[in-house]
Ligand binder design. Structure first.
Ligand code: BGC
Length: 832
C-alpha cells in the first residue's frame, strides 16, 4: 500500500465497524465515523458523529430483581446523522430497483481508501442488477480541516448498460441514539429532543434539536446539488489529485448546480429531512451529487446559530474549492508534525497522527474539551476523559503547545469540581475524577457489565486517584517544553498546589513504619481493586501512586520558589497556603512509603502474598487472555487473588521519568534504585502482566528499549498494531485508542531519542531499536523554532532552523555542544 493511504479491498460486514473507526474523519471539533452513506445504523453499520465536549446525562435501570438499581451515565452524544445518501436505478420504461447498499445482492465490487495526506475517504462500489445493468459509484468524503463546521461528500455515478433515471435521497437523520457499544445497549441511549426540520433554500434542508438533559442546541443544514461531467475527469473536481485544479475547463465541468425544482421533492419528517432527486442518466455518462453539510453546537443563541448554519451550507463554495482548502489545511498540519519512519511502522504512525489530529487539532484550542480516551471515533467509555492525556500531551507540546494549553485549561476550569470532590471525602485540595466529562465531576460508572458472564459488577476504578498526578505531570512537562511561565505561575501553580494538597491530606503517618502511607486506592493496573476477600475496595501503598505523589509535592514546592514574590503572596493568600503546610509537603514528599519485596519494587503492599497465576493453563484454555478480569470473573474467580496485572503499573515510573530523574526521585524518598533493581523489577512484572490495555504495550516498548532488551520491538509492534489489527478483540470498532496512538508517536519522538527539554537545553540519550534505528523527527521549541533530529544507529544529527534567533544547547549523553542556527551537526552516541 502507498505510504499515505490506508485501503480495504472488498466488503466484509464482519469488519465494518472496525473499518468505520479507522476511517473516521475529524477536524478536532467534530468527527464522523467512516460508515457507508447508504444504510442507517444497524448490526453491521454504525454511522456516528460526535462533537468535542458535547455530552448528555441519562438515568438507566440495571440489573434485575432486588439487586436492580438506577445508574446515571454521561455520554458523548451521537449527533444527527448527516451522511445519508441513498440511491436506486430506474431504467427507462422499468420500475425502480431496490435502494442499493453494500449489503444487497447487487454488490459486485467494493474498495475503500483513507487518504491520510489529504484527509479524505473514498469508497468505490460497483452494483449490477439481475438484468446486467451496472452502476459504478465513487464516493468521496471529508470533514473540513480548515472550516471546522463543514463536511462534504461528492458521490459520482456512472451507469453502464442502461439509461433512465437515478433516484437519490439525501438528507439529515435526527432519529438517532447512542447504540454503538453492545455492552451499553440496555442502558438509556436517547439523548435528543425538540427536533425541527425545514428548508433554508431550494437545495438546502435543515434540522435542529437539543440534547435532552444538557440542553445543547444542535443545528445542521445540508445542501444537495448535482452535476454531470465527462468520464476521466477527477471525481474531486478542481483541486483533484491528478491536476484538475489547474484546469479551468474541468473546474466548470465539475461544479454542481441546483437540481431543477421539478426534479426535487423535499420530505420533512418529525426527526428527519430528505430531498429526493430524480436525475436523468445516460449509459457511460457520469453524474455526481454534492452534499455540503454545516454543523454547529451551542449552549446559547440558538436562533442565531440556526441562521448561520443554514447560511453556511446554502452559500458554501463549490466542492472543489472547499476540498482544495481542506487539503491545504491538512498539509499545514503535516508540516507541523514531521516524522520520517520507513515501512509499515511509518504508515501506522501516520495513521496515528491522522487520528490524533482529527481528535485534537488547532481548532480544539478554542474549545472547552479534554482528551477523550477513544477519540471522537466511537462510544466506548462514553467519550470520557481519563488519565490518557498523559500519553498525548507530551507529544502535542512540541507541535501544538496552544492545544496542550487548552487541554490543561479543560482541567483548570474543572478545578473547583475537583476541590469539591475532595471536600466531600473529607480531604483537602483537588481530587480530579478518574473519568471526567462535561462538568468535571466523577463520571466513572458504578457498575459495569462483564459481557462474558452477563453479570453487572461494582466498578471501583474511580479509586485511581493517580489521575491527579497525570494532570500535574502534564502541567510540568508543558512548562518545561514551552517555557510558558505565565501559565505555570497562574493556572499551573493553582492546579499543582491543589493536587499536592490532596496527596498531602490523603497521606497518613504510620509511626510503626516511620513513613507516610496512602491507603485504599487503585493503581493503573485495574485488575487489582482490592485485597482478596477484604470488605472494602482499594489497596495500600501503590508504588506508582506514592512515587508520583512525592514527585508532585516536590514540583509544587519548586513552583512556589519560581513564582514572582507578588503573585506568590496573592496566591498563598487566596489558597490559604501556609508555611506549615509547605513544610508538610516537604516531609510527605520525602517519606511516602514505597514497598519492596524480593529485591523488587512492590506494586502495592502485599502483592507478594497473592497467588501465582497459571498463565499457561489459562492460555491453553482461552487463547487470548488479555482480558483476564472477565475470564476469571466468569469462572467465579477474581484477578485480585493473583499476581497478574492488566497493564504497566510500577513500570509506568520508567515511562514517565528518564532513568536519572527516577533514581533522584527514589533518593528523595530515601530509597535506592540502581539499574540492577530496576531491571529485576522490569523482569518481575513483565512475567506477570496480561496487557489488557493498549497502553501497556506502549509503556513496555518504551521501557524495554531503554533497558536495551530484545523484546522491545515485540511490544512496539503490538502497540502499533493495537487498533489497525484490533488486538483487544473487537474494541477498536467502538472507538480508537487515542492514548496508545499518542503514546506510539511519543515513543518515536521522545522515547527512542531519549529526548528531554529542560534547563534551557535539549537532552538526548538515544536508545534506538535495531528494527527502528533510522528515522527523523521534527518539532518546534519555543524561543528556538524548528529543530530536526535524524537518528542512525550510532549517531544523531541535530538541525536547527536558520531562522532561529539563537544557538541551541544540546547534550547527547555526556557531550554538550551549541548548535548554531542553520547548521546540522552529527554527534556520535556514546558507547554505541
Ligand atoms: C485502561 C486505563 C485507561 C482506560 C481508557 C482502560 O482499559 O486500563 O488505563 O485509562 O482504558 O483508555
Amino acid at each position: 500500500m502507498p505510504a499515505w493511504t490506508w485501503t480495504y479491498e472488498g466488503y466484509d460486514p464482519a469488519e465494518e465497524t472496525l473499518r468505520e473507526s479507522i476511517c473516521t474523519l475529524g477536524n478536532g471539533v467534530f468527527a464522523t465515523r467512516g460508515a457507508a452513506s447508504e444504510t442507517p445504523a444497524g448490526e453491521v453499520h454504525y454511522p456516528g458523529t460526535y462533537a468535542a465536549g458535547v455530552y448528555n446525562r441519562l438515568t438507566s435501570r440495571v440489573g434485575q430483581g432486588p439487586g436492580a438499581r438506577e445508574v446515571e451515565n454521561e455520554d458523548m452524544v451521537n449527533l444527527p446523522d448527516w451522511l445519508p445518501l441513498r440511491y436506486r436505478m430506474r431504467p427507462a420504461g422499468a420500475p425502480p430497483g431496490d435502494w442499493l447498499t453494500p449489503d444487497g445482492p447487487e454488490l459486485r465490487g467494493h474498495r475503500q481508501t483513507l487518504d491520510m495526506r489529504h484527509g479524505t475517504l473514498t469508497r468505490e462500489t460497483v452494483y449490477e442488477d439481475g438484468a446486467g445493468r451496472r452502476l459504478t459509484v465513487r464516493h468521496l468524503r471529508f470533514v473540513h480541516m480548515g472550516d471546522p463546521h463543514l463536511a462534504l461528500q461528492r458521490t459520482e455515478f456512472t451507469p453502464e448498460g442502461w439509461s433512465g433515471t437515478l433516484e437519490v435521497r439525501s438528507g439529515i437523520d435526527g432519529d438517532v441514539r447512542n447504540a454503538g457499544v453492545p455492552r451499553y445497549r440496555d442502558l438509556a441511549g436517547h439523548h435528543l429532543r425538540d427536533w425541527r426540520t425545514g428548508t433554508a433554500a431550494e437545495d438546502t434542508v435543515t434540522l435542529t434539536c437539543r440534547t435532552n438533559a444538557s440542553g445543547i442546541h444542535l443545528a445542521l443544514a445540508a445542501r444537495t446539488r448535482a452535476g454531470t461531467h465527462v468520464p476521466g475527469t477527477p471525481v474531486e473536481g478542481n483541486g483533484g489529485s491528478n491536476g484538475g485544479g489547474r484546469n479551468g475547463n474541468r473546474r466548470t465541468r465539475a461544479v454542481a448546480s441546483p437540481v431543477p425544482a421539478e426534479a426535487v421533492r423535499t420530505v420533512t419528517g418529525e426527526r428527519q429531512v430528505f430531498q429526493e432527486l430524480s436525475l436523468p442518466v445516460r449509459a457511460g455518462v457520469t453524474v455526481f451529487v454534492d452534499k455540503t453539510v454545516a454543523l454547529s453546537t451551542a449552549r446559547e443563541q440558538a436562533a442565531e446559530q440556526d441562521r448561520e448554519v443554514a447560511q453556511l451550507a446554502a452559500e458554501a463554495a463549490d466542492f472543489g474549492v472547499l476540498l482544495a482548502a481542506h487539503r491545504r489545511a491538512w498539509e499545514g498540519l503535516w508540516q507541523r508534525t514531521p516524522l520520517e519512519v520507513r515501512g509499515r511502522a511509518g504508515r501506522i504512525l501516520r495513521l496515528h497522527r491522522f487520528h490524533l489530529l482529527g481528535t485534537l487539532s488547532p481548532h480544539t484550542a478554542a474549545l472547552d474539551a479534554g482528551v477523550p480516551a477513544r477519540g471522537l471515533h466511537g462510544e466506548a467509555y462514553r467519550g470520557h476523559v481519563f488519565w490518557d492525556e498523559l500519553f498525548v500531551l507530551p507529544y502535542l507540546n512540541l507541535h501544538f503547545p496552544e492545544v496542550s494549553k487548552a487541554l490543561l485549561g479543560y482541567r483548570y476550569r474543572r478545578l473547583p469540581a475537583a476541590c469539591r470532590a475532595a471536600r466531600e471525602k473529607g480531604l483537602d485540595g483537588a481530587m480530579f475524577p478518574w473519568q471526567s466529562g462535561s462538568e468535571g465531576r466523577e463520571e466513572t460508572q458504578e457498575m459495569h457489565l462483564n459481557p462474558r458472564s452477563g453479570r453487572w459488577l461494582p466498578d471501583h476504578s474511580r479509586l485511581q486517584h493517580h489521575v491527579g498526578s497525570a494532570v500535574a505531570y502534564n502541567i510540568w512537562r508543558y512548562w518545561q517544553s514551552t517555557g510558558d511561565r505565565d501559565f505555570l505561575v497562574t493556572q499551573g501553580a493553582e492546579m499543582l498546589w491543589g493536587i499536592a494538597r490532596f496527596w498531602s491530606s490523603l497521606a497518613r503517618f504510620d509511626p510503626g513504619l516511620g513513613r507516610y502511607r496512602i491507603r485504599g486506592v487503585v493503581g493503573p493496573d485495574e485488575y487489582h481493586d482490592g485485597y482478596p476477600d477484604a470488605p472494602l475496595p482499594g489497596l495500600d501503598d501503590n508504588a506508582y501512586t506514592n512515587a508520583t505523589a512525592a514527585w508532585v509535592l516536590a514540583r509544587a514546592r519548586e513552583t512556589y520558589a519560581l513564582l514572582p514574590a507578588r503573585e506568590r503572596q496573592l496566591l498563598c493568600e487566596r489558597l490559604d497556603l501556609t508555611e506549615a503546610e509547605r513544610a508538610r509537603w516537604e516531609e510527605v514528599s520525602r517519606l511516602l512509603h514505597l514497598p519492596h519485596h524480593e529485591g523488587v519494587i512492590s506494586q502495592f503492599s502485599g502483592y507478594e502474598r497473592l497467588a501465582p497465576l497459571d498463565w499457561e493453563g489459562l492460555r491453553a484454555r482461552y487463547g487470548d487472555i488479555r482480558r483476564l478480569d472477565r475470564i476469571l470473573e466468569a469462572e467465579g474467580d477474581s484477578p485480585n487473588r493473583y499476581q497478574a496485572s492488566k497493564q504497566a503499573d510500577v513500570l509506568m515510573l520508567g515511562y514517565l521519568f528518564p532513568p536519572t530523574e527516577l533514581a533522584a526521585l527514589f533518593t528523595q524518598l530515601g530509597y535506592e534504585l540502581d539499574e540492577a533493581r530496576w531491571h529485576r523489577t522490569v523482569d518481575y512484572y513483565l512475567a506477570r502482566t496480561s496487557h489488557g490495555s493498549t497502553l501497556s504495550a506502549v509503556v513496555h516498548a518504551w521501557i524495554l528499549a531503554r533497558a536495551r532488551r530484545a523484546e522491545a520491538w515485540r511490544y512496539c509492534e503490538e502497540a502499533l498494531a493495537g487498533d489497525v489489527a484490533d488486538l483487544q478483540g473487537g474494541t477498536t470498532g467502538e472507538g480508537i485508542h487515542l492514548g496508545a496512538m499518542g503514546g506510539t508517536l511519543d515513543l518515536v519522538q521522545r522515547g527512542l531519542p531519549g529526548l528531554e527539554v529542560r534547563d534551557g537545553a535539549l537532552w538526548l540519550a538515544p536508545a534506538p531499536l535495531p528494527q527502528l534505528s533510522k528515522f527523523a523527527i521534527g518539532f518546534r521549541l519555543a524561543e528556538y523554532g524548528e529543530v530536526k533530529l535524524r537518528l542512525r544507529r550510532n549517531r544523531v544529527q541535530v538541525a536547527l532552523s536558520a531562522a532561529s534567533p539563537r544557538p541551541l544547547r544540546v547534550r547527547v549523553g555526556r557531550r554538550e555542544m551549541l548548535v548554531e542556527p542553520g547548521t546540522a551537526p552529527w554527534v556520535e552516541v556514546n558507547g554505541r
